[in-house]
Design a protein. Structure first.
Length: 275
């Protein structure tokens, strides 16, 4: 038995064990950088002077507001229906308009579907500008331009949606296998024909997913845009908040929650059938 054990030990000693992979220090450096930046951000000298003192001093006021939010005013429901319907209309219209605009732009911003570097860079630069501006700022500017109502909210949502859909779908195109596109070029097809025959079928699942996701976002976003006069539930939220009616505000929040949950169930059913 000892001879067998010694031979096994000798065999193990003769093996060349793999070297430990290098570069593990990079992960620790990244963690250290995050910790340092967080500490600087929270420090009173250079940061935002984060403190929980305000919560400790005003916890009774916060508890009172939470109790009001837990008791919705159901008698207020009839007044919320027109605003809720307008919010849904804004979300649906903006989603479909943005989807129609985003599909060709997604093809124009991806390297595989648009080999022309100059035009691709120009479209990407413009979309970066569009995506960098918050939707609430779009709504505030458009309300000043076209007036209070649903129209500035729809336009703001379209601009907000185009930036999201094009970004996600173009990245999905870049991740696809370029073999089909190269085969189309070898067969003599032009770029438009290649995109229509090979790229569109590949990106349709991703495009549908992003469009459904944006529809869910629009319901929440359109509820906020009304705070600057862009129609929908936001106008009602602003009026209720002005009079500190948190019980009525709670009902509006509950309605938004139910609509978002219903849209999530509907979008999952559509994904299972179409994607």
């Amino acid at each position: 038995m000892s001879a067998t054990g010694s031979s096994v030990a000798g065999t193990t000693a003769g093996l060349d064990l793999p070297t430990r992979p290098g570069g593990r220090w990079k992960s620790w450096c990244a963690v250290g950088v995050v910790v340092i930046i967080t500490a600087i951000t929270l420090s009173p000298q250079w940061g935002i002077a984060f403190s929980l003192d305000a919560i400790a001093r005003n916890w009774q006021n916060g508890a009172e507001k939470i109790l009001q939010l837990l008791v919705p005013d159901w008698s207020f429901f009839p007044r919320t229906v027109p605003a809720l319907v307008e919010t849904l209309q804004m979300a649906v219209i903006a989603t479909f308009v943005a989807a129609g605009v985003s599909l060709p732009l997604s093809l124009a911003t991806a390297r595989l579907t648009n080999p022309n570097g100059a035009s691709r860079s120009i479209v990407r630069a413009l979309l970066n500008v569009v995506r960098s501006i918050p939707d609430l700022l779009y709504a505030a500017i458009l309300v000043a331009m076209v007036g209070v109502g649903a129209l500035p909210g729809i336009i703001a949502l379209v601009l907000f949606n185009v930036g999201i859909i094009v970004k996600m779908v173009s990245e999905s195109i870049e991740a696809n296998d370029p073999g089909a596109l190269e085969a189309g070029r070898a067969a003599g097809g032009n770029q438009l024909q290649i995109n229509r025959a090979t790229a569109l079928p590949d990106i349709m699942p991703s495009f549908i997913n992003q469009t459904l996701y944006v529809l869910e976002l629009n319901v929440r976003a359109s509820s906020v845009l009304g705070l600057v006069g862009a129609g929908g539930l936001g106008l009602l939220i602003d009026a209720v908040r002005t009079f500190y009616r948190y019980d009525q505000l709670s009902l509006i929040i509950l309605e938004i929650l139910m609509v978002v949950m219903a849209l999530d169930v509907l979008s999952n059913a559509v994904r299972r059938r179409l994607v």
